[in-house]
Design a protein around this ligand. Structure first.
Ligand SMILES: Nc1ncnc2c1ncn2[C@@H]1O[C@H](COP(=O)(O)OP(=O)(O)OP(=O)(O)O)[C@@H](O)[C@H]1O
Ligand SMILES: [Mg+2]
Length: 465
């Protein structure tokens, strides 16, 4: 076991007190008592629905060598190996600061309204081909996810990449100051989490907070394909930060031109800022290629050769549920499933519809399953209605509508196009899957809370090899 921290380091980093701790080091950090690896430090933080302090005994039983607990909750835990701190979450921030301080890694932080995980995973793949890489898992991007991910960075990591998210102004600043990136990426600015923002410009301002933690001499890499790119550039300028923009926009510093896409992926010429190369990625969609460009630029600035990035990205697909295409069953007429079940907001919905519009079925029908876009606040109905032209432009043969907002579109789409709808998505899963055949193309897109991922799973198991 490679130690992550000695107990002495944990004490120094948190100002805590060790009680009954026999181990002299920990090999990992966890906040979930169900995912304890032997030798772990369990950190008892309070979540929305649970309090880690209720699971300390279970965590120790599962193999944790110590639990970091808040002083006021230490009562009743006598005899267990504890590191008692004023507040366990604060303790986790202490560990994260210690971790970042000792690290020699080149560090990238990724934020944006959509595409954070997609770009973070692409950067991870590129970096990992060139050196020891530590990356945030899944979408661990909030006020406890970021410190947890930074605290988990091994001392010998050469590269680090972290996802930073937010749902309100002021949240990114402290997280960026914790990550202290050498390179920051803002993928895009789009309506998402609109409940907490008056305008997209206000969202752009909040994303620009990522500049607050940038290391001196650091660079910010900005996706350019959105209306607020000028505003982000202004933020960089007034912060005195070097900015490089990328995208399909003709004004971008690094431009993608001549996009060619297929069900297997897409490619284009990438030029500007010292580059003139052919870039390819293994998932369809202009936005996915743009994500690849952002990843290439971030990795380049972090010290990875451009050729390494190009060869890794050419084989790199989107993470699960984010546009990955599956060919299920016998060639040459498989059922093609495009799984976009992880997330939906107006930007990613339009991007997905654009991809679908360019895809052909393998002899069968082209089917869309559209689920609600959640967390859009008061304008939600309007933002759903505004999708109608994009749905029609994608020219599906059949559309299934799931969730209250999408259901409302049934009356706005031509008669005969809507195959079925339900407020509770699960109610139509069997009908959707039962109506498919080899040769069909189906895209599933909606917010994660609609659980359309279960439909994707059902289709994969019914039609998979
Ligand atoms: N640049 C982009 N523009 C538009 N849509 C995108 C872009 N990148 C990814 N998407 C789509 O947006 C959805 C979410 O992608 P992803 O999980 O990478 O975003 P995220 O910002 O990490 O989301 P979250 O806030 O849930 O962590 C997916 O459906 C994906 O296909
Ligand atoms: Mg994410």
């Amino acid at each position: 076991m490679t130690p992550l921290y000695s107990i002495a380091e944990i004490i120094a980093a948190t100002g805590g007190e060790a009680l009954n701790v026999a181990a002299d080091a920990v090999s990992s950090i966890s906040i979930d008592s169900r995912e304890i690896a032997p030798g772990a430090l369990f950190v008892a933080i309070r979540g929305e629905n649970f309090d880690g302090h209720d699971f300390v005994a279970g965590a120790i039983e599962a193999g944790a060598v110590a639990a970091m607990v808040s002083a006021e909750r230490a009562e009743g835990l006598e005899g267990l190996p504890l590191i008692v701190v004023r507040d366990a979450l604060e303790g986790l921030y202490g560990l994260a600061r210690f971790s970042r301080e000792r690290s020699k890694a080149r560090v990238v932080a990724v934020t944006g309204s959509v595409g954070k995980t997609s770009v973070k995973e692409a950067i991870r793949a590129v970096m990992a081909a060139h050196g020891r890489t530590h990356a945030s898992i899944r979408s661990f991007n909030n006020h406890w996810g970021v410190p947890l991910m930074v605290a988990r960075m091994p001392a010998d990591a050469e590269y680090g990449v972290f996802e930073i998210g937010m749902s309100a102004a002021g949240e990114i600043t402290p997280l960026s100051q914790l990550v202290r990136p050498h390179v920051a990426v803002i993928t895009t600015v789009a309506p998402a989490h609109l409940e907490f923002f008056a305008s997209e410009a206000a969202i752009a301002d909040a994303k620009a907070e990522i500049l607050a933690g940038l290391e001196p001499g650091g660079q910010v890499i900005l996706g350019a394909d959105h209306p607020n790119i000028g505003r982000l550039r202004d933020h960089a300028r007034s912060a005195g930060v070097d900015a490089v923009t990328y995208g399909f926009d003709a004004q971008a510093d690094v431009r993608l031109e001549g996009y060619r896409g297929s069900a297997e992926g897409g490619g284009a010429r990438l030029s500007g800022n010292g580059l003139d190369v052919e870039l390819k990625v293994a998932t369809p969609g202009r936005h996915t290629l743009a994500n690849g460009a952002g990843a290439l630029l971030a990795a380049r600035e972090a010290g990875v050769p451009v050729e390494v990035a190009i060869s890794v990205l050419a084989r790199h697909g989107a993470p699960e549920g984010r546009g990955l295409a599956y060919r299920l069953g016998p060639e040459p007429n498989p059922l093609v499933l495009v799984d976009e079940s992880y997330n939906a907001n107006p930007a990613s919905m339009r991007a997905a519809l654009d991809v679908f519009g360019q895809m052909k079925a393998q002899g069968g029908r082209r089917v869309l399953v559209l689920g609600d876009m959640r967390e859009l606040g008061a304008g939600a109905d309007e933002l759903h209605r505004a999708l109608v032209p994009a749905i029609l432009a994608a020219a599906p043969d059949a559309v299934w509508l799931a969730g209250a907002h999408m259901e409302a579109l049934a009356g706005l789409l031509p008669e005969g196009l809507v195959a079925g709808h339900a407020t509770v998505a699960e109610e139509i899963f069997q009908r959707i899957a039962g109506g498919l055949a080899y040769g069909d193309l189906i895209m599933i897109k909606g917010s994660n809370s609609l659980r359309l991922g279960a439909l994707a799973g059902e289709i994969r198991s019914r039609f998979g090899q």
